[in-house]
Ligand binder design. Structure first.
Ligand code: PLP
Length: 388
């Protein structure tokens, strides 16, 4: 290869002295380069030029058909083909939903804590973000309803509520079943669209994931964002939106779809081949085992190196959310930890107003192999000890 080896290619920035638990990226060695190459070949020989021209607005039929059937196997209800729109991942899906549903100046309610990089996507649409009341189990539906009423009384338009209710980022927690139903009821009554960001559903370690809010609902007033970033590869930039057929039509008739065709068509069609051939199932079985091993390594190591801290073991996803001992703040610990050769993301970043989480850190076990996770936990223990 004559490529310039120094040309920047990926988002990840290596810091050689630091075991960085901050990145929510996949383990590089698990990315299915060979199986994907095979799927590309099969796709090109099966579909020829159709694989490389402008795609159908909602996404290619073979992927929509496979997804509809597949979603029925990983969630509590089947999904209709008319309820799917293919996107360039969950981030793009959120940007599109924001474009359609948010007017500048609207309030969008967000879980606290929740996925920090979603904040800017919604602010890009002109939203003002407000944290919804939560407790140890996640969003409190009754308090959310009271907040919506209060905001409306003060003249605000409240258009959406955003959350990651299944194996969430950053907590790893899932919203309990009774809260799923009551949140869906509250938001239906209040006419607030729930945006359910659901990229970790298929990375469960202890049996099936809880049924989605989407499946708890009448399929209107709720939008679910799906992604292949965690299950296959983020570089594909591929995901989907589940929404009512009416909203799917609005997405499919956006000007840029009219102009550019279905999103990411060649990758989308290749994903259909990857799914139908069984490669997707084999791959997700393998990564579930791998991420489970990595979760277990980090949990076991933390229990030794920070024995006084209770560690909530995530039943799925990529993250551990840990409260620091002895009143230590994440901001105090971070520079010391980095000097000791380990890093993490500080808790306040996961609150839209940065008003919570100062004693919490998020650690991701998705990227590093077990031996590195064990060493990272040792370094973290040393850093915490030195501040104790
Ligand atoms: C909750 C959540 N939503 C969305 C994303 C980004 O998804 P995508 O790569 O499909 O845009 C992530 C990635 O970390 C995430 O954790």
């Amino acid at each position: 290869l004559s490529a310039d080896v120094n040309a920047p290619i990926v988002q990840y920035v290596a810091r050689p002295q630091i075991l960085d638990l901050g990145w929510g990226h996949p383990t590089p060695a698990t990315l299915p380069t060979d199986a994907w190459a095979q799927a590309v070949q099969v796709t090109l020989s099966t579909y020829g030029w159709q694989a490389m021209t402008y795609g159908r607005s909602v996404g290619p039929g073979p992927l929509i058909d496979w997804l509809a059937e597949h979603i029925g196997t990983v969630d509590s209800q089947p999904c209709r083909t008319s309820e799917i729109f293919v996107t360039a991942g969950a981030s793009h899906a959120l940007a599109l939903v924001g474009q359609l549903l948010v007017q500048p100046g609207d309030v969008v309610l967000v879980d606290a804590p929740t996925y920090h990089l979603a904040f800017r996507i919604m602010r890009d649409a002109g939203a003002e973000l407000v944290s919804v009341p939560t407790d140890d189990q996640g969003v409190d539906p009754g308090a959310a309803e009271a907040l919506i009423c209060h905001l409306r009384r003060t003249g605000r338009r409240v258009s959406m509520l955003y959350l990651v209710p299944t194996f969430g980022n950053p907590t790893g927690r899932s919203l309990p079943a009774e809260r799923r139903s009551s949140l869906v009821e509250v938001c239906a009554r209040a006419d607030v669209t729930i945006v359910e960001d659901d990229p970790y559903r298929e990375i469960g370690f202890d049996g099936p994931a809880p049924g989605s809010l989407w499946c708890h609902s009448e399929r209107s007033g709720i939008v679910r964002l799906g992604s292949f970033s965690k299950t296959v590869a983020p570089g594909l930039r591929l995901g989907w939106i589940n929404a009512s057929a009416g909203l799917i039509t609005k997405l499919a008739t956006l000007g840029y779809v009219d102009s550019g065709g279905g999103v990411n068509h060649t990758s989308a069609l290749t994903m259909a081949t990857f799914g139908a051939s069984g490669a997707y199932g084999r791959h997700t079985d393998m990564i579930r085992r791998q991420y489970r091993l990595q979760r277990d390594s980090l949990v076991a190591a933390l229990r030794t190196t920070v024995p006084d801290v209770p560690i909530a073991v995530p039943a799925g996803g990529w993250f551990i959310w840990m409260e620091l001992p002895g009143g230590l703040t994440a901001a105090e610990l971070l520079p010391v930890a980095e000097q000791t050769g380990v890093s993490f993301v500080e808790g306040p970043r996961f609150f839209c107003d940065r008003a919570g989480g100062s004693h919490h850190i998020r650690m991701s076990y998705s990227m590093l192999p077990p031996a590195d996770l064990t060493e990272a936990a040792r370094r973290l223990g040393v850093a915490i000890e030195s501040r104790g």
